[in-house]
Design a binder for this molecule. Structure first.
Ligand SMILES: Cc1cc2nc3c(=O)[nH]c(=O)nc-3n(C[C@H](O)[C@H](O)[C@H](O)COP(=O)(O)OP(=O)(O)OC[C@H]3O[C@@H](n4cnc5c(N)ncnc54)[C@H](O)[C@@H]3O)c2cc1C
Length: 446
């Protein structure tokens, strides 16, 4: 490891890697030290007995602009999830189509609104435990099967909200008055029913919290990326994402298994010796960032836990997120991930990922009982592969978050990046690293 360079990057998660890409492109000498023996930080995959077990259920969203700028997404061999979700309510499953991406979805949403208004709403929902598409086929059935998720006006308002987030310039979206997501949903006129049966379970899996305290600006950007992109999984597991960001970087400039222990302007002390530098970028997890940089305030973290099960008989025939509309407040979502990416399970088996938001890690049998209810079929023969709790999954991002661009330059050549400087997401981590590297290049040349 060199004893001197221009920039030391501490942390090889997505933020540190994005920063390295920009410094490298500009010809700025740099060195990245990463405490773990692998790159990727919170984005990782373990191969176990023919299954790909991600470090918690997380997805690639092709609508993230910084991601598609840094990675050729076609190289990831993405397998996609169905656009839209299923919602369990009592004895029936309801399909909520994606309001913008399904060419017929918006029209069906409107038609369903009309059907509801005419009192035709509650027909033809999908019986529990059946393959949705085999049970309900054809256009009319499509109209009926989304009929019971919220009211007609809810679905129209939701479609309008998605269209607004997808089409307005980011600056205008982030100039809007800010509140908690919960308040923003109520202000948008959405009913208690659609919030509780659809939005709260869905967003709890995205934010890692059920209260929807997360800023409405973060919410708007999440809606924007879901509306503009698709979600999927790389054939090689989610770890293929940081690997792809790192691909153009020379391995000789990346020191794995090396921890930064302390720093001051012009010097970083590590477990492998001290490195002199002109600038240092702390791109660690938020907890380590506040330990290394005392001026930073402590950042509260949200937790997510994923339960992985294997089954020979998949409970659904398509890769679609299933939400709990029964307000049981335990499971955020569950999905047959191997339907999206068959490489996630060995031949003849299927991998089901089930996410729980919040610090509690319910015992597996409790989650299994919920899965039987949600899928509407016995799951006693499912094999519990593992439970992956990530207590520090995402930084909390309550209002106000402003323009989602917290300062990255702390003075005297010290910089900070990570999802806690932008939005708690892959996009936020990449964008903050990219922005910090731009600031470093300016500092070094200035
Ligand atoms: C279960 C789960 C599900 C998620 N789902 C999604 C999703 O679906 N969509 C989405 O957009 N986002 C999702 N996220 C969030 C996303 O993964 C993170 O926002 C992003 O990966 C954060 O990247 P980062 O570079 O900021 O931090 P990190 O990934 O935490 O990287 C920091 C790096 O710094 C290293 N480090 C720490 N201390 C030191 C030290 N002293 N010296 C050297 N190195 C150090 C760490 O080892 C790590 O590699 C999810 C996260 C989790 C955990």
């Amino acid at each position: 490891m060199p004893a001197q360079t221009d920039v030391v990057i501490v942390g090889g998660g997505l933020a540190g890697l994005a920063a390295a890409r920009r410094l490298h492109r500009a010809g700025t000498p740099w060195l990245l030290v990463e405490a773990a023996e692998r790159l990727g930080g919170r984005v990782g995959t373990e191969a176990v007995d023919g299954y790909l077990i991600d470090r918690g259920f997380q997805v690639v969203n092709t609508g993230y602009p910084r991601l598609s700028a840094l990675v050729d997404l076609t190289s990831l061999g993405l397998g996609y999830f169905t656009q839209g979700v299923l919602v369990r309510r009592g004895e029936t499953l309801h399909r909520m189509v994606h309001p913008l991406r399904d060419p017929f979805g918006a029209a069906r949403t409107v038609l369903t609104g009309l059907a509801d208004a005419a009192g035709l709403g509650r027909l033809g929902n999908v019986p529990a435990g059946h393959d949705v598409d085999r049970v309900v086929g054809g256009r009319l059935a499509d109209v009926r099967r989304i009929s019971s998720v919220g009211r007609a006006t809810d679905r129209l308002r939701l479609a309008a909200l998605a269209a607004r987030c997808a089409s307005l310039p980011v600056d205008r979206l982030l100039a809007a008055p800010e509140s908690s997501t919960e308040t923003a949903l109520r202000r948008a006129g959405l009913s208690d029913r659609i919030v509780e049966e659809l939005l709260r379970p869905f967003l709890s899996g995205v934010f890692g919290e059920r209260e929807l305290h997360t800023s409405s600006h973060v919410f708007a950007m999440i809606v924007r990326s879901f509306a503009r992109g698709r979600i999927g999984l790389p054939a090689g597991g989610i770890a293929a994402l940081p690997e792809a960001v790192a691909t153009p970087l020379p391995e000789s400039l990346i020191a794995l298994g090396v921890s930064a222990t302390s720093l001051r302007p012009g010097l970083v002390r590590t477990s492998a010796g001290a490195v002199r530098c002109r600038a240092v970028l702390v791109a660690t997890d938020p907890g380590t960032a506040t330990a290394l940089l005392p001026p930073l305030r402590r950042i509260r973290m949200q937790s997510l836990t994923t339960y992985y099960h294997s089954t020979a008989e998949p409970p659904l025939a398509e890769p679609i997120l299933l939400l709990d509309g029964d307000r049981r407040e335990l499971v955020a979502n569950t999905v047959v991930v191997s339907h999206a990416a068959p490489t996630y399970a060995p031949a003849g088996r299927h991998l089901v990922a089930t996410s729980v938001a919040g610090p509690m890690v319910p015992p597996e049998p409790v989650v299994r009982a919920e899965l039987a209810r949600l899928y509407g079929r016995p799951v006693d023969d499912w094999e519990h592969l593992t439970t992956v709790p990530v207590p520090e999954a995402l930084p909390a991002a309550p209002a106000p978050q402003g323009r989602l661009r917290k300062p990255v330059a702390l003075g005297e050549g010290i910089f900070v990046a990570g999802d806690h400087r932008a939005s708690p997401s892959v996009q936020g981590a990449l964008a903050s690293g990219w922005r910090a590297a731009g600031a470093i290049n300016g500092y070094l040349r200035g």
